[in-house]
Design a protein around this ligand. Structure first.
Ligand SMILES: Nc1ncnc2c1ncn2[C@@H]1O[C@H](COP(=O)(O)OP(=O)(O)O)[C@@H](O)[C@H]1O
Ligand SMILES: [Mg+2]
Length: 276
């Protein structure tokens, strides 16, 4: 990784070490970031959305703060919480409030895991105003000019636990959709980063792509991202047999219901075809 000085703010990198992202998308994401435009990363689970937010911070040597948006229960949780200390209730300001007042990347991870009313209280932070009034501490907070917001959200028909965000929020972000790395690149990463053997890495990447294609063709009910291949690699490295490793990673994620017509049967057929 190249070392960057603070005065190199806004200089794009053209790749990230050990992480694949389409070159054009990477440059557009950085152009948005350094223009003060909020970015929304979408894509199937396991396409590297969360990881990319972190890698961008590393590549640009920026402080990084991740908000697990799914854990926010009330609209005021963004800003802090009340605690009973020494006989009185005091407001403990959140790390988020500190993070937005300094340069860095603030990742709003899994933004669509909550209902839109949870988003309401940060609208003014995310639009051109870039400020917010915190009632609890009676403070006006201005977002630092070099504070960058990158949100992520899982999209897809299997995401029943998520909510379509309202236009008020989608108007505040430019959306970039991430995809799985191409088969050869995914295989290379499994080998280099996770220590898979060459042939097995290629097999795992092929199975991943095939199963994810079947999801998009609506033959399977859930997408297949990077994670099962990483887990299978771990089992193989621990000495498990190939069939066993595949069973506990790729296969068991799918329902056995329906016997020969089940999703598990479909997955097993895919695997058999690639093992030949
Ligand atoms: N394009 C990619 N290049 C390298 N590793 C990846 C890529 N996409 C995903 N991974 C790896 O897969 C795992 C899951 O990625 P994650 O960022 O959590 O996915 P998402 O947030 O999209 O569900 C991580 O360990 C990540 O490093
Ligand atoms: Mg994620």
């Amino acid at each position: 990784m190249t070392t960057r000085q603070a005065d190199q703010w806004g200089v794009n990198v053209d790749s990230l070490p050990d992480f694949w992202v389409d070159a054009e998308k990477l440059s557009i994401i950085q152009d948005f970031m350094f223009s003060g435009i909020n970015v929304m990363l979408t894509g199937d689970p396991g396409t590297g959305k969360t990881e990319l937010t972190k890698r961008l911070a590393q590549a640009h040597q920026l402080p990084f703060h991740r908000v697990n948006v799914g854990a926010i229960r009330t609209p005021r949780d963004w800003f802090g919480h009340w605690e009973f200390i020494g006989g009185q209730t005091v407001f403990i300001q959140s790390e988020f409030v500190a993070a937005i007042q300094r340069p860095g990347i603030v990742a709003l991870d899994e933004f669509n895991r909550v209902t839109p009313d949870i988003h309401n209280s940060i609208y003014t932070i995310l639009d051109h105003n870039r400020e917010v009034y915190i009632e609890e501490t009676k403070q006006h907070i201005s977002v630092h000019p070099r504070c960058i917001f990158i949100a992520t959200e899982n999209r897809g028909r299997s995401h029943t636990g998520t909510f379509m965000e309202d236009t008020a929020v989608s108007d505040r972000f430019e959306t970039i959709q991430l995809e799985l790395p191409p088969v050869e690149i995914m295989a290379h990463l499994l080998e280099k980063v996770y220590g898979a053997e060459t042939e097995q890495a290629l097999l795992l990447a092929r199975i991943t792509h095939k199963l994810n294609t079947l999801y998009h063709e609506e033959s399977l009910s859930r997408p297949t991202g990077f994670r099962p291949a990483i887990s299978a690699t771990a089992l193989l490295k621990r000495g498990q047999a190939l069939n066993t490793a595949l069973k506990y990673t790729f296969v068991n994620r799918f329902s056995p219901e329906g016997g020969v017509d089940s999703e598990q049967t479909t997955v097993l057929q895919v695997i058999q075809a690639y093992l030949k």
